[in-house]
Write a protein that binds this ligand. Structure first.
Ligand code: ADP
Ligand code: MG
Length: 265
């Protein structure tokens, strides 16, 4: 009994908490499988490492502030033929993050930009990179507030630190006059050091309008596009497709150029 207590204390001191907490069942299993001493040691190490990896992923995922859960396995590539599944799986290997490159997902609402951004963010965490997710309006508002309060430097450091910064919905709202300059400072600071993953419903040529300043927009694009993978997603919203499958139909209003969804009567 004293031997057992002593073993638990040593496992605690070595921070082998998974082995400590399941010691009896792990040793029983090793005995049942008739593992050699060497195999048993490897088995215990594997369990400890698996547990530590899982905890690290959980922790990094909560720090990343993803708005929801989305995975690559949950992305239906057959429903989105304009996305090259092979290219996305290649990006999931995270070599672009190792090289400080950027990814841009461009396309209309509902085509899966945010879904893929979160899914690739998850893959980056599994691969051991730090990730932070923010919407463009929230990011810019946070920089603007910090600027007003004389804490801009601190905020720039915060957003420059993660190896991957996901900026979702760029262009969903036009930038305030000073915002483009603040965003430019962040882009310069991360340039060739950390990766951006940006989603936008605007084409790159419209970014001058989004930023409200063609000169700053050009400088931003220059840096973002220098080492980048631009993926343009076409097609209709996945949500609308779902609704159609559920029996709703898309009608064109006779007097309006925009389509609306009607429930068949
Ligand atoms: P976007 O950011 O382009 O506006 P989202 O990524 O938010 O679009 O996608 C809208 C919804 O449809 C989300 O719930 C998303 O998970 C789902 N979705 C979009 N495309 C696909 C797809 N190809 N397979 C599975 N779910 C999808
Ligand atoms: Mg989105």
């Amino acid at each position: 009994m004293i031997e057992h207590e002593r073993l638990l204390a040593m496992l605690t001191r070595l921070k082998l908490t998974a082995v400590r907490d399941q010691l009896d069942s792990l040793l029983d299993e090793a005995a049942r499988r008739e593992l050699t001493l060497r195999e048993t040691l490897a088995f215990l190490c594997e369990r400890e490492i698996a547990h530590k990896d899982q905890r690290r992923i959980q922790m990094a995922t909560s720090i990343a502030h993803f708005p929801r859960v989305a995975t690559l396995e949950g992305f239906d590539f057959s429903a989105q033929p304009s996305v090259d599944a092979r290219q996305v799986r290649e990006l999931a290997a995270c070599r672009w993050i190792a090289h400080g490159e950027n990814v841009l997902f461009l396309g209309p609402p509902g085509v899966g930009k945010t879904h893929l951004a979160i899914a690739l963010g998850r893959e980056a965490i599994v691969a051991g990179y730090s990730v932070l997710f923010a919407t463009a309006p929230a990011l810019v508002a946070s920089l603007a507030r910090a600027h007003l309060e004389g804490r801009l430097e601190e905020r720039l450091i915060h957003f420059a630190k993660p190896r991957l910064l996901i900026v979702d919905e760029l262009g969903s709202l036009p930038f305030e006059p000073n915002a483009a300059h603040l965003f430019f400072q962040l882009v310069s600071r991360r340039y060739e050091r950390g990766s951006f993953l940006i989603t936008s419903n605007r084409t790159v040529s419209e970014w001058g309008v989004v930023f409200g300043d063609v000169v700053v927009a050009t400088a931003i694009l220059d840096r973002l596009l220098h080492h980048s993978h631009v993926i343009t997603i076409r097609g209709e919203s996945y949500r609308l497709k779902d609704k159609r499958r559920a029996g709703m139909q898309l009608h064109q209003h006779p007097n309006s150029p925009t389509s609306t969804v009607h429930q068949p009567t």
